[in-house]
Design a protein around this ligand. Sequence first.
Ligand code: KIV
Length: 266
Amino acid sequence: MNSNAPLTIKHIQQMKQQGEKIAMLTCYDAAFARTMDEAGVDVILVGDSMGMVVQGMNSTTAVRVDDIAYHTRCVARGLERALLLADMPFGSYHDEATAMTNAVQLLAAGGAMVKLEGAGPMIAIVKYLVSRGVPVCGHLGLTPQSVHQLGGFKVQARETEAARRLIDDALALQAVGAQMLVLECVPAPLGHEVSATLDIPLIGIGAGADCDGQVLVMHDMLGLGSRVPRFVANFMQGRESIGAAFESYVSDVRSGRFPAKEHEYA
Ligand code: KIV
């Protein structure tokens, strides 16, 4: 594979098969996207975390599809190699027709894949989207769009029964055609088990070192976050440029230096 050729979902899946760790970051504009792309970040997510880190709100739930589409267009202009993933915001995929219309808008903006949170009723939505040609990434564990139901940003699936359910949900998403999964804020042994159980790549955020890849919110890993969860490392520390911070992140994810034990939940 030409190292500068645009990455496809197939390449990302091959990375899992070959035991090569996947480095993913969130991004919201073209300048940062170009810098991440040059640093070798494999997957870039236009996340609805923008509600908190860009728009200054205290949750992600007010982000709209037009916001994600606008930032996806901006990020797409900065990329040559990385795969671009666009988040479907809260309320944009509650029924099949709405999900399809909104996914089409995000793919038209430049996304190669869309991400949506949860399982249960979302399994049918994922199946519908995939069967109509939309590549989908799932998101389980701490699902920030449900923060009000979850009672805050907390570690999920600590109990055996909840961990079992999460594994079943991950398998159900894979079975209906999800091609990648993000797993947020769960004990590291569960991250290990989900990665070993699934054929599709598992990207962890606070889910331990044994996931197939890692993702962080860009502002957090640059030391700009006001609420810094345990699973975040500040990659700006000791570095002279933002590009160097992104390069260190890629190198630490690839080598397995990040996340370290101190970033994991037991
Ligand atoms: O919106 C976002 O940034 C995300 C990451 C936390 C994975 O979904």
